[in-house]
Write a protein that binds this ligand. Structure first.
Ligand code: Q9C
Ligand code: ZN
Length: 317
């Protein structure tokens, strides 16, 4: 299995975020991917491949040129130590810009697109280690630690070759991805996440949101109460995978967040490490060419083990 990775993600280090007017350590740290890559190497899992640089048109299908330019220019204007929370193009106070953020975010998109290229060339499962994550970013808004929506860019790109399903298993609802495809019937969005009444992003991800216009019925939300464990999660996963099967997509993109893990510092489900292998097996059992796109997951001490477990389930002959 090919694993797409670039160390350029380290250019984005959010360092701190605001919580009740105090500065607290930011959880979306470079150590997340460093740990995952180290563990995969140690266990000899997969083959690391560097992303190639893609031209901008694919990005401009999902994000406005004005937003992309705003990110590029704002980051370029910053000094090495600066950290700013912009007051336009942002919907929360968790998603800061640093000098290297734009470059890291662009490389994350390239990691996803490079993975897609391998699918088009006949690979069955590819794992793109994207960082920063993407599923909260919409047309011209950053938020939830996300700047460019890696999964959405790659879904739109692949949709020119056939129908695409996105399965989002991050702990949080992917409001950005949902928004981008809400009116489309050629990209199915299915998400399993924490009840938005109690967890970020709070205003989207309710089961009543199911798409509109031509896209009516092509968005499916499965919000779950906090405390959910392996068994209950799997029941819902099976239902969500059924939605994917019925849609019969040519490609499947998985927004894979590991913040569903029991010890995640900002999560609230109780999934165990071995269960990630089961999730991956259930996904690959569909036999649809599949791109895994890394989203959240903040239990830095266990992320390596989680990624190893998940990857074991991805490896099909
Ligand atoms: N101060 C992803 O998992 N809320 N984003 C955190 C803690 C924001 C998570 C509140 C959570 C965003 C990609
Ligand atoms: Zn998340």
């Amino acid at each position: 299995m090919k694993i797409i990775y670039s160390s350029d993600h380290k250019l984005h280090d959010p360092e701190w975020e605001k919580a009740h007017e105090k500065r607290v350590a930011h959880v979306e740290r470079p150590e997340r991917l460093i740990t995952i890559v180290r563990a995969l190497k140690e266990k000899n899992i997969g083959r690391l491949v560097s992303p190639t640089r893609f031209p901008f048109p694919a990005l401009y299908k999902v994000h406005s040129k004005e937003y992309v330019a705003f990110l590029r220019k704002t980051c370029a204007s910053l000094g090495e130590k600066d950290l700013v929370y912009p007051y336009t193009h942002s919907f929360d106070t968790y998603t800061p810009l640093r000098k290297g953020t734009y470059k890291a975010a662009k490389v994350a998109v390239d990691c996803a697109l490079t993975g897609a290229e391998f699918l088009l060339n006949g690979e069955s499962v590819v794992y793109s280690l994207c960082r920063p994550p993407g599923h909260h970013a919409s047309w011209d808004m950053m938020g939830g630690y996300c700047y460019f929506n890696n999964a959405a860019v790659v879904a739109d790109y692949l949709s020119t070759f056939g129908d695409v399903a996105i399965l989002d298993i991050d702990f949080h609802h992917g409001n950005g991805t949902q928004d981008i495809f809400y009116r489309r019937k050629d990209v199915l969005y299915v998400s399993i996440h924490a009840d938005p009444k109690v967890r970020f992003p709070y205003t989207t991800g309710f089961s009543s949101e199911s798409g509109s216009g031509e896209g009516a019925g092509f968005t499916k939300n499965y919000p779950l109460p906090l405390g959910i464990g392996d068994t209950q999660y799997r029941d819902v996963l099976v239902r969500a995978l059924k939605d994917v099967t019925v849609f019969q997509p040519s490609y499947l993109i998985v927004s894979a967040g590991f913040d569903t893990f029991q010890n995640d510092p900002i999560g609230g489900f109780t999934l165990t490490i071995p269960f990630y292998e089961t999730i991956a097996r259930d996904i690959t059992a569909l036999r649809i060419p599949t791109l895994i796109v890394q989203e959240g997951g903040y239990a830095v001490n266990d992320l390596g083990k989680i990624a190893v477990s998940f990857s074991k389930g991805l490896m099909i002959k």
